[in-house]
Design a protein around this ligand. Structure first.
Ligand code: UDX
Length: 439
C-alpha cells in the first residue's frame, strides 16, 4: 500500500469501536483482502468475537466473519492497534446527550489515545457520525501532542441495519472527505475493489453529507406520514398517493411508506443532531424541527386510535406484532413499539401480549414487566385479543393464517401501523381493519 510502508505494518487498518459500524467495516475490509485489527474497550464483546460469536444480529455477518477470520485480530489493546496500523478508523458511538446535543466523549477519548501515541505518519479516518467541524478539531487536538505528519479523513457510513453488508460492499456511493493528496490516494486504494461512485470532497462537506442524507430520508418519512394523516380525513389512500408521486423520478418510490414513524439508533439521533449543529452555527432549521414533531405525533396518534377502539368495544386485551424498530434486526433502540407499549401500560386494565421474531430479549430490557407477557409466536400474541396491532412489518406477518388468527381472537380489530396487511383480504375475513391513511 503506497504511502504507508506495508512491510512495517502488521495490520493495514485498525478499527476503533466494534459496534454495528466498526464490526461491519472491519469484516468487510478483511473480505477485501486487508489485514485488520478491531479494538473495543468492552472486554465481553471482544471475548465473544474471539470465541467466534457475534454480539449483534446482522444477516450474513457470521458467515463472512468466519470466512475472513484469519485476517482480523480482535483486541482491547488500543495501543497495539494504533502502533501496528497505518490507517485508523474511528467507529465509536456518538450518542445523543441530555440536551439533544451530540455526545462526543467516546470519540474524543479515542482521538486523545491516538494523539498521545502517534509517532509516525498515519491516517485518522472519522467513520463515526460526528458534528460538522470535527475534522478540524481532530487536526488541532493531535497537533497539541504530535508535530509530525498525519492526515485526517472523514468517511461517513450509510449502513442500514439488516442490510449492512450489502450497503458496505455494494453502496450507492462512497464519500471521502480528504484534503491532502497522500490520504486521498490511500483511501482510493483501500476502497478500490468496491464498484461504486466515489466522491472526494472537503472534510466539512463529508461530515454534513451524513447528516443531510439521514435528515432528508427522515423528511420523506414525515412528509408521507402527513399526507397519510390528510388521507384519513379525505378518505384517500396514502399507498396509492405514494405510488403516484414516487413514479416521478425526482421523488422516487423509496422511503414513502407511511406508518407510525421512524425509529432506530440513527434517524432520531441524526435528525436531532443536525438541528443542534444548526444551533451551534447559528442557523435555525425549520423543516428539521417539523420532521421531529410529525414523527413524535405519529406515535401519539396511533396510541389514541388504540384507546378509542378499546373504549368503543369495551376491550382490554392487546396483541402486539413486532417490537424491533424495523424488520431484520433485533435492535429496539428508539423503536416506536417500546414507546407505544409503555404508553399503553399506563392503563392497568390493558393486558398486552407481544411477539417479535428476534427482538423480545432486547425489548424486555426496555419495557417494565407489568401487564405484559411475551408470546412465542404471532398466533399466541393474538389469542383472546380484542385488538391486534402491527407495529413492525416483519415479512412473516404477511404469511400468517389470518383465519386461524380470527378464530383465536375475542374481538376482531386490527390496527396496522405499517400498512403491511391487505385491507380487502382482511375485511373479507370479517376483521375491522384500520391502517395509516388507508381507505
Ligand atoms: C438509517 C439509514 O437508512 C442509513 O443509511 C444510515 O446509515 C443509518 O440510519 P437504519 O436506521 O438502519 O438506517 O434503518 P432504515 O431502514 O433507514 O429505517 C429507519 C426507520 O424508518 C425505521 O424505523 C423504519 O421503520 C422507518 N421507515 C423507513 C419508515 O417509516 N418509512 C419508510 O418508508 C422507510
Amino acid at each position: 500500500m503506497s504511502g504507508i510502508n506495508k512491510k512495517a505494518k502488521k495490520r493495514d487498518i485498525a478499527i476503533i469501536g466494534t459496534g454495528y459500524v466498526g464490526l461491519i467495516t472491519g469484516v468487510c475490509f478483511a473480505s477485501l483482502g486487508h489485514n485488520i485489527i478491531c479494538v473495543d474497550k468492552d472486554k465481553n464483546k471482544i471475548a465473544l468475537l474471539n470465541n467466534g460469536q457475534i454480539p449483534i444480529y446482522e444477516p450474513g455477518l457470521d458467515k463472512i466473519l468466519k470466512k475472513h477470520r484469519k485476517n482480523i485480530l480482535f483486541t482491547t489493546d488500543s495501543k497495539k492497534a494504533i502502533e501496528e496500523s497505518g490507517i485508523i478508523f474511528i467507529a465509536v458511538n456518538t450518542p445523543t446527550g441530555k440536551r439533544g446535543e451530540i455526545d462526543m466523549k467516546y470519540f474524543k477519548a479515542a482521538i486523545r489515545e491516538i494523539a498521545t501515541q502517534i509517532e509516525e505518519y498515519k491516517i485518522i479516518v472519522n467513520k463515526s457520525t460526528v458534528p460538522v467541524g470535527t475534522g478540524e478539531w481532530v487536526q488541532k487536538e493531535i497537533k497539541k501532542y504530535y508535530q509530525g505528519n498525519f492526515s485526517v479523513v472523514s468517511n461517513p457510513e450509510f449502513l442500514r441495519e439488516g442490510s449492512a453488508l450489502k450497503d458496505f460492499l455494494k453502496p450507492d456511493r462512497i464519500i471521502i472527505g480528504a484534503e491532502d493528496n497522500k490520504s486521498k490516494k490511500i483511501m482510493l486504494e483501500i476502497y478500490s475493489k468496491i464498484e461504486a461512485p466515489l466522491l472526494v470532497v472537503d472534510i466539512k462537506s463529508a461530515e454534513l453529507i451524513k447528516y443531510a442524507a439521514n435528515a432528508f430520508l427522515a423528511t420523506k418519512i414525515s412528509f408521507i406520514n402527513e399526507i397519510a394523516n390528510l388521507c384519513e380525513k379525505i378518505n384517500g389512500d396514502v399507498v396509492k398517493v405514494a405510488e403516484g408521486i414516487g413514479l416521478d423520478k425526482r421523488i422516487g418510490p423509496k422511503f414513502l411508506n407511511a406508518g407510525i414513524g421512524y425509529g432506530g439508533s440513527c434517524f432520531p439521533k441524526d435528525v436531532r443532531g443536525l438541528d443542534s449543529i444548526g444551533k451551534e452555527y447559528k442557523y435555525n432549521f425549520n423543516i428539521i424541527k417539523a420532521v421531529m414533531l410529525v414523527n413524535q405525533k405519529q406515535q401519539e396518534r396511533f396510541v389514541r386510535k388504540i384507546k378509542k377502539i378499546l373504549n368503543k368495544i369495551k376491550g382490554n386485551r392487546i396483541g402486539v406484532w413486532g417490537l424491533s424498530f424495523k424488520p431484520n434486526t433485533d435492535d429496539v433502540r428508539k423503536s416506536p413499539a417500546i414507546a407505544i407499549i409503555k404508553e399503553l401500560q399506563k392503563n392497568i386494565n390493558y393486558k398486552i401480549q407481544a411477539y417479535d421474531p428476534i427482538a423480545i430479549e432486547n425489548a424486555k430490557k426496555e419495557i417494565p414487566f407489568k401487564n405484559i407477557k411475551y408470546s412465542k409466536n404471532a398466533y399466541e400474541a393474538a389469542k383472546n385479543a380484542d385488538i391486534l396491532i402491527l407495529i413492525t412489518d416483519w415479512s412473516e406477518f404477511s404469511k400468517i393464517n389470518m383465519q386461524r388468527v380470527k378464530k383465536s381472537m375475542r374481538q376482531y380489530y386490527i390496527l396496522d401501523g405499517r400498512n403491511q396487511l391487505n385491507p380487502e383480504n382482511i375485511k373479507k375475513l370479517g376483521f375491522y381493519y384500520e391502517g395509516i391513511g388507508r381507505k
